[in-house]
Design a protein around this ligand. Sequence first.
Ligand code: UTP
Length: 294
Amino acid sequence: MSRPVGSRLVRKAVIPAAGFGTRLLPATKAQPKEMLPIVDRPAIQYVVEEALQGELHDILIITGKGKHAIEDHFDRNFELEEELRKSGKTHALAEIRDLTTAGRIHYIRQNELLGLGDAVRYARDHVEAEPFAVLLGDTLLRPSGECLRKLISIHERTGDAVLAVEEVPEDKVDRYGILEVESVEDSEYVVKRIIEKPKREEAPSRLAAVGRYVLIPEIFEIIDGLPPGKNNEIQLTDALHVLATRGRLRACRFSGKRYDVGNRFDYVLTTVEYALDRPDLVGIREALMSILKS
Ligand code: UTP
C-alpha cells in the first residue's frame, strides 16, 4: 500500500491501564480492573493479544499505583513453571510461557490520575516520532485484531490519526466521545468535531469512540496545551478535537462487538459471552439456560 511521504509504519501499541476503576469497587480496591478475569484470563491479556494480532509487538502499558499485578502477569514465574513442569501440566506451562515471550512489553507509571489524555502523554518518550496505536485496557473488541488492522491501514494511506467508532443508543451518548463527521467511504469518515460526554441535545450524532486509536506524535504537543476538560480531567477527546480542526482526524466504523469491562453490567455480560464462545467449556450454554429458566 502506498503511504504519504514522510509517514512511518505503526509498530507500537500503548495500553492505558492506570485508572482507579471506581465503578467496580470493591473488586478494584486492591487489584487492577484490567486484571479482573474474563473466564480464565485477565481482561488486559485479551487487549495485549489484540495488539499482537495487529502486528504490534512493541507494547507500552501505562500503569500506576496498585497495578503491580499487571507486570507480574506478563513476567516469568520460575517457581510456578517448575511446579507445572514437575506435575506434567504442559498445556498450562505453555500458556504461561507464551505470555512472556509474545511481545516486548514495557511499563511506565502515570504519577497522578489526571485523565486519559494525560495517560497517553506518558508514551511520548517511548514512541518518539512514530505513529502509535492506543487500546484502552478495559475494553475488549470482537473479532479481535480486525479493527486495529483497519485503523492502521487508514493511517498508512492518509497519514492522519484515526479512531474506531460505533453507533450508540441516543440515551447513552453522554457516556462517550461523540463525533460530527463527513462520510468518505462506506465505513470511513473525516472527523469535523468530537465532544466528550455531551448532553443528549448537544450530541452531533450517535457515533461514539470505542477505545481504539492510531495517533500521530503531533498529539503530544496538543495535550501539553490542554486545560482540564470534562470531570476536570485532561481529556484525550479534547486533543482529538484539535486534530479534527486541523483536518488530521479520521474515523472508521467498527462493526463487531465491544465489551466495556469497567462497569458491573457489561462485566457480567462479557464474562458470559466469552464463556459461551469457549469450545472447551462443554455444556456451558445448557447450564446457563437452565439457570435462567429457573
Ligand atoms: P476509564 O475512565 O474507563 O477508567 O478509562 P477509570 O477512571 O479507571 O474508570 P472509573 O470511572 O473510575 O470506573 C479508560 C481507560 O483509561 C485508563 C483506565 O485504566 C482505563 O483502562 N486511564 C484512565 C488511565 O490510564 N489513566 C487515567 O488517568 C484515566
